[in-house]
Design a protein around this ligand. Structure first.
Ligand code: G3I
Length: 361
């Protein structure tokens, strides 16, 4: 009798597993009717989006599009000091937890962003003249508290964000000025102690193209590695325009970082069209070329483990309120304000479909 039960269980298991996975194993080439997320999974990569908690809470179409089209999320603002650590001795996890719990419920990876930055800092931190030891204690506690809180849910952290100036020097911030350059080493060490399984990134903009800032990035990463600091990757933000950076330059940046034995991710991609010329349709085509080029370049280098967009619908983008432009003169993302896919979306699905088929035996 027990043997028959076992046989029944095995056969049910086989039916269920093949039913679920069969479509993925024998999809057509090029694949048709698959979402960006499904195509990302078929290519064993991550296509993610930054998520605004107020949009996720109150906009059903935002929620639906996010979980259908992306397999990774980054919290756009509610993991930052001004939101999550509003008073010296209290933390506010509610908003960030809402995003993380949504992602976990929907089988999405979560990138933590960001543990140490010079912006989005609360007044209690910036309005007081801390000693070096006091600020070290505050920073250590902040990093440990956040990373332990999200242990097992956040697979990767942007540990230090935007520490470099355009000329390659270290940016003058409360962290550098009060603690000294070793704040970077310590931040990575403390994050690693809090969650040894998390992948730890240095994240910045303007490092996608050749120049002193990219050179300084390579030296910063090389120094961390030489000192035995647990750094695992670099995040290239890729806040782009229709003309810059050219995908070939991104490929070189990825190559230089991967030559150090590190991972690379595109972490905050959007493509501004405001200062481009031509018709709206022509601008959207060139925008699609930018998204296609960046994704292709990432797929071409095994060290590049994901592409995250900084938002996904033109209904919500930081560029509108920061730069004061409005839709459709500006339209930086891959879905329009009505959540209709734009040429950039189809360019990305095409690249993923073609690469999947190239890899089939
Ligand atoms: O949603 C609240 C709203 O309820 C409130 O009334 C309003 C006024 O306080 O604030 C709103 O939240 C704002 C949020 O953006 C949504 O607009 C926050 O104050 C504001 O600080 C937040 O700005 C974010 C910024 O980082 C600072 O955290 C942007 O969304 C976000 O796109 C931007 O992202 C950065 C990356 O972290 C690093 N790389 C550059 C990138 C763009 O600046």
């Amino acid at each position: 009798m027990r043997f028959r039960h076992l046989l029944t269980l095995i056969s049910v298991g086989l039916i269920v597993s093949t039913t679920i996975y069969l479509p993925f194993i024998r999809t057509t080439c090029p694949p048709t009717g698959l979402s960006l997320r499904e195509l990302a999974v078929l290519n064993n990569t991550k296509v993610g989006a930054a998520v605004g908690v107020s949009y996720l809470r109150f906009e059903p179409l935002y929620q639906e599009t996010l979980k259908i089209e992306f397999n990774s999320v980054t919290d756009e603002w509610s993991m930052k000091w001004d939101v999550i650590h509003p008073n010296k001795d209290s933390y506010a996890f509610t908003d960030a937890d809402f995003i993380v719990d949504f992602a976990v419920r929907n089988g999405m990876a979560v990138r933590g962003h960001s543990l140490v930055w010079h912006e989005a800092l609360p007044d209690w931190l910036t309005d007081y003249n801390w000693t070096r030891d006091e600020l070290l204690t505050i920073l250590h506690e902040h990093i440990t508290t956040l990373v332990e809180h999200y242990k097992g849910k956040v697979y990767a952290w942007d540990v230090v964000n935007e520490a470099l100036n355009t000329d390659g020097s270290l940016r003058s911030t409360i962290w550098l000025d009060t603690i000294g350059p070793e704040y970077i080493d310590l931040a990575f060490q403390w994050a690693h102690e809090a969650d040894p399984d998390a992948i730890l990134f240095y994240n910045d903009f303007g490092i996608e193209t050749a120049g002193p800032k990219q050179d300084a990035l390579i030296e910063l990463l090389r120094g961390l590695l030489q000192r035995g600091i647990p750094v695992h990757g670099a995040g290239l933000q890729m806040h782009s325009s229709n003309t810059s950076p050219p995908p070939a330059q991104l490929a070189t940046a990825i190559e230089r970082i991967s030559n150090l034995g590190l991972q690379v991710q595109v972490t905050e991609m959007d493509v501004q069209i405001y200062d481009d010329v031509g018709t709206f349709e022509e601008k959207l085509q060139r925008q699609a070329d930018q998204y296609r080029g960046a994704l292709q370049v990432c797929l071409d280098n095994p060290a590049c483990t994901g592409v995250t967009l900084w938002g996904f619908t033109d209904a919500h983008s930081w560029v509108y309120w920061l730069l004061g432009h409005s839709y459709p003169e500006e339209a930086p993302l891959i879905f329009d304000p009505d959540y209709q896919p734009k040429p950039a979306y189809f360019a990305m699905t095409k690249v993923l479909g073609e690469r999947y088929c190239q890899l089939q035996p």
